[in-house]
Design a protein around this ligand. Structure first.
Ligand code: APR
Ligand code: ZN
Length: 259
């Protein structure tokens, strides 16, 4: 493991007071949830062009495809347990240093790990709820999927307005929740350390967040297996598995506070 890099990150975190952590699917692969763009990832199993918001809106056959995709992926997420990387973020929060936890993930593992839901900004929504695309009514996921199982429904529609129901994640072409996006960029601008964990940083506008933090004067740290288009902007890059890397960083950080 990159011990030198780990030590340097711990030193940066030691002098930080307002840390923003930004996570992508790479933080959850060690919990058994495939990411999107690693070899064998989601986009090598499903055609993302068929899973856009426009297609979902356009025809029943795409709504059927989307629901099949969503339901096929859900068991891995609902069975998954947080890993050391999620737990490290809880420790950063409990040390009072976490300004915000911004995630592109929909799997709910940060909440499962014990992160304060009020500090979590889910840019791409959540699989834990279902929403009506017309009247915006929301349900807990199982209220809809249990009915789908009981009544053999493949594509559910809203009991109030007849609109199409979709899991409350943000599909390609769908706008991100405006308030969540606005707050995320504000926190990025006002932090002193922006820590990105497990993202390829290829999907906008989320991928702009590290540069927004840099513009606000923050130091940038990246913990990620592959390269990203923003590697040049990073102050420190630690290449390795997020779980053990984050665990080692926290061990290093605790060593400082024991001194
Ligand atoms: N430790 C560290 N990094 C990892 C690990 C791991 N155990 N596993 C994977 N990675 C890295 C990969 O190398 C990759 O660079 O995490 C990154 C995951 O990138 P993506 O699969 O592109 O996931 P993400 O960046 O979250 O995608 C953003 O794209 O399809 C949309 O809505 C979807 O939210 C998602 C968005
Ligand atoms: Zn409705």
């Amino acid at each position: 493991m990159d011990d030198e890099g780990i030590k340097r990150v711990a030193q940066l975190m030691r002098s930080a007071r307002k840390i923003v952590v930004f996570t992508g699917a790479g933080i959850s692969t060690e919990s058994g949830i495939p990411d999107f763009r690693s070899p064998g990832g989601i986009w090598s199993q499903y055609n993302q062009d068929d899973l856009t918001y426009q297609k979902f809106r356009s025809h029943e056959k795409y709504r059927k495809l989307y629901w099949a995709y969503d339901r096929a992926r859900y068991p891995a997420m609902s069975d998954a347990l947080p890993n050391q990387a999620h737990e490290a973020i809880v420790e950063i929060e409990r040390s009072g240093l976490l300004l915000a936890l911004i995630t592109q993930n929909i799997d709910g593992l940060h909440q499962k790990a014990g992160s304060d839901p009020n500090k979590i900004y889910e840019l791409h929504g959540t699989v834990k709820e279902v929403t009506c695309l017309d009247c915006s009514t929301r349900w807990v996921r199982e209220e809809i999927t249990d009915r789908m199982d009981r009544e053999g429904i493949e594509v559910p529609y809203c009991p109030h307005c007849g609109g199409p129901l979709k899991c409350a994640t943000i599909a390609f072409g769908q706008s991100l929740p405006a308030e969540v996006l606005e707050k995320s960029f504000a926190y990025a601008r006002n932090c002193d350390l922006f820590l990105t964990i497990g993202s390829s940083l290829v999907v906008q506008p989320a991928a702009m967040l590290p540069l927004e933090a840099k513009r606000g004067g923050a130091r940038l740290v990246l913990v990620n297996l592959s390269t990203t288009p923003y590697d040049q902007a990073m102050d420190i890059i630690v290449r390795g598995n997020a779980g053990p890397v984050m665990d080692s960083i926290m061990t290093e950080l605790r060593r400082f506070s024991d001194e």
